[in-house]
Write a protein that binds this ligand. Structure first.
Ligand code: HEM
Length: 136
């Protein structure tokens, strides 16, 4: 990871976290717009689910510089996702919906550098989750 990646992601996240409920709603709109077949995987209240998602992304973003703490958290998350019926290919759809949401939330702040930093971070997080799901 380039040295700029972590601060770019952390700084841009504070802007999105400030509008967390709207960003979460937008994210699911983007996700289900891209693939409506994912809807039935979600059983609970979507506002609550959105809050959990935003909290988890925030926690992960805060721990990017502390992989010893972050990796086991993501491994547990990945194993739980396998139980929710999430498959490897879904991670690409979720990543695209997340980047789309960040673009909408950040506007002009979603520079090519910020986009590249988020792609890299999401890619690493998704890989750790997928690997853990496979190991179970
Ligand atoms: C970096 C990627 C992701 C993060 C940070 C994330 C975060 C979360 C969190 C925090 C929860 C709450 C439950 C728990 O902690 O186990 C959750 C549940 C869930 N996530 Fe994710 N998730 C990610 C990727 C995905 C992907 C790729 C899918 C595929 C569609 C997905 C679908 C779900 C579903 C179906 C649930 C359970 C909903 C329910 O109980 O009704 N997530 N996710």
């Amino acid at each position: 990871m380039s040295p700029d990646t972590i601060p770019l992601v952390q700084r841009s996240w504070t802007q999105v976290a400030a509008i967390a409920p709207q960003a979460a709603a937008l994210f699911y709109q983007n996700l289900f717009g891209a693939d409506p077949s994912l809807k039935p995987l979600f059983k609970g209240d979507m506002a609550e689910q959105g809050a959990k998602l935003m909290q988890m992304i925030g926690a992960a973003v805060g721990k990017l510089g502390d992989p010893d703490t972050l990796v086991p958290i993501l491994q547990g998350l990945g194993r739980r996702h396998a139980a929710y019926g999430v498959q490897d290919t879904h991670y690409d759809t979720v990543g695209a919906a997340l980047l789309q949401t960040l673009g909408q939330g950040l506007g002009a702040g979603f520079t090519p550098e910020v986009k590249a930093a988020w792609s890299e971070v999401y890619g690493v997080m998704a890989q750790v989750m997928k690997d853990a799901a496979k190991a179970t």
